[in-house]
Structures are given as structure tokens and as C-alpha cells.
Design a protein around this ligand. Structure first.
Ligand SMILES: NC(=O)c1ccc[n+]([C@@H]2O[C@H](COP(=O)([O-])OP(=O)(O)OC[C@H]3O[C@@H](n4cnc5c(N)ncnc54)[C@H](O)[C@@H]3O)[C@@H](O)[C@H]2O)c1
Length: 241
């Protein structure tokens, strides 16, 4: 990531869903590079190799309310919570049970962690940042559960921002475009899809996980002190072209 010059010294940050060297990991590294104490979680038993020595790690299934609450109970202080955990599977989301599971992870999981860490965030007048998607806005024939869940995440972001403004907590979201991560690996095996995204994106390329970190740090920083309930598009212009 470019030199962004944010200073998060003394801040404690939790990034939920940062185990696969993708967007969450990139956000976690950026906060740590800016001086924060950062903990991460993921569905896997261990994080990506390159992050093992770097962060304290908890394996956490966000569909497990007791596990989410147990992690909260062990966390005495939290300034910034970033919700990155999500799943999707192109072509499988018309199956009702799987549809429900995707919404459970992406939407209910986001709410479970937000609610569980509300008191710590309130104590610090902290920030909550959720990860939405362009598919919160566009229809998504192959990923109907993912799109519905991400639209709901942007709506939840607005509602929580109003509910928690009196507590001094700001709640914002970002909506990444097409980003090179393990989540998009399968779709990137289709060269026509890769080329179509490049062609339609005014900036002419897919995003990298590092492209998402800067705007997230901005939303967690005093530079955005009067912003709450927003969702920033980070997509190289894809959604306005
Ligand atoms: N890659 C993209 O193109 C793209 C675009 C828009 C939005 N996003 C969003 O960015 C965020 C990060 O995605 P990524 O691309 O880095 O993908 P990723 O697959 O690398 O990361 C997803 C994370 O979610 C975790 N996770 C999955 N199921 C979980 C569960 N049940 N409980 C707890 N954690 C669970 C995984 O362990 C992993 O850490 C997601 O919210 C994703 O929807 C990604």
C-alpha cells in the first residue's frame, strides 16, 4: 500500500475474516503498519503463512453466536472493528439451504460481531467498518444470496450508524469492485470475464487487496470524523461507467 501516513498508535483493531491473505489481511497489515495493535480472525484453523507471526489469531465462525460472544468477553478494549468475513459461490446460490447459509455468514455474521463488540466500541467512541460490495447495488444472477446479503449490509450500516451515533460510534462501509483474492479465484479462471472487467473499469484493471485498505483506514481515522452511515465505492470507477 502507498505511504498513507495515518497514525493509529495506541488503537486496538479487530479484523474479522482476515485469514486468507485477501482484503481483510491487507487491512490488518495496514493498521499494524500505522501503529495499531491488531488481532485477526478467520474460519480456518490458522491464518495465511505470511501473517502467522504478525497477528494474534482466533479461529471464529461468525454463525456461532456463543463463539462470537466468547471472543468479545476476552476483548477488554476495542477501538476499531472491521467486518470482512463473507462467502459466495457462483452458480450454487439458488439452492435454498446454501442461500440461507450465505446470508447467515455475510449479513447475520456482520450483525453478530457488531452487536457483540458494541460495548467496547462505545467505551472508546470507536469505529465499525463493514465490507459491502458492488453487488449490493447490481443484480447478480449467479450470486443472488451474496448480492442480497451485501445490500443488507449497506442498509445495516445505515441503521447502526443512526442507532449508535449517540454512543459516539461511527459506522461506515466500503463497497469493493472486482478484487484479486481467493474469493474471486474461480471467476478469474475465465479469461473472458477477466478481460470484460478490465474493459468496463475506467481505470482498466482489477483491484488488489491493498486498494481497499487505504479507504478503510480513512474511515476509521479522525479525517472522516463527520462521516457515518456511508458506503464508499472502491472499484476503479466500474460502478459509474
Ligand atoms: N474479492 C472481491 O472481488 C470482493 C469484492 C467485493 C467485496 N468483497 C468482500 O471483501 C471481504 C473479504 O473478501 P476477500 O475477497 O478477501 O475473500 P477471502 O475469501 O480471502 O476472505 C474471506 C474471509 O472470510 C472468512 N470467513 C468465511 N466464512 C466464515 C465464517 N463462517 N465465519 C467467519 N469467517 C468466515 C474467511 O476465513 C476469510 O478470512 C468479503 O466481505 C467479501 O465479500 C470481495
Amino acid at each position: 500500500m502507498p505511504d498513507i501516513r495515518f497514525d493509529f498508535s495506541g488503537a486496538e483493531v479487530l479484523v474479522v475474516g482476515a485469514s486468507r491473505a485477501g482484503i481483510g489481511a491487507s487491512i490488518a497489515r495496514a493498521f499494524q503498519d500505522a501503529g495499531a495493535k491488531v488481532a485477526i480472525t478467520g474460519a480456518e484453523p490458522e491464518p495465511a503463512e505470511e501473517d502467522r507471526a504478525r497477528f494474534s489469531y482466533t479461529q471464529l465462525d461468525v454463525t456461532d453466536l456463543a463463539a462470537v460472544r466468547a471472543l468479545s468477553a476476552k476483548t477488554s478494549k476495542l477501538d476499531i472493528l472491521v467486518n470482512c468475513a463473507a462467502i459466495t459461490s457462483r452458480g450454487e446460490e439458488m439452492e435454498p439451504t446454501f442461500f440461507e447459509h450465505v446470508v447467515n455468514v455475510n449479513l447475520h455474521g456482520t450483525f453478530r460481531t457488531a452487536e457483540a463488540f458494541h460495548s467496547q466500541l462505545k467505551a472508546q467512541k470507536g469505529s465499525l467498518i463493514n465490507i459491502a460490495s458492488m453487488y449490493a447495488t447490481f443484480g447478480s444472477p449467479k450470486n443472488p444470496a451474496y448480492g442480497a446479503s451485501k445490500a443488507a449490509v449497506t442498509q445495516l450500516t445505515k441503521s447502526l450508524s443512526i442507532a449508535w451515533a449517540p454512543d459516539g460510534i461511527r459506522v461506515n462501509a466500503v463497497a469493493p469492485g472486482f478484487i484479486v483474492t481467493m474469493q474471486s479465484a474461480r471467476s478469474r479462471t475465465d479469461p473472458a470475464h477477466v478481460a470484460a472487467v478490465n474493459l468496463r473499469t475506467p481505470m482498466g484493471r482489477w483491484g488488489q487487496p491493498e486498494d481497499i485498505a487505504g479507504p478503510v483506514l480513512f474511515l476509521a481515522s479522525p479525517a472522516s470524523a463527520f462521516m457515518t452511515g456511508t458506503c464508499l465505492a472502491i472499484d476503479g470507477g466500474y460502478s459509474i461507467a
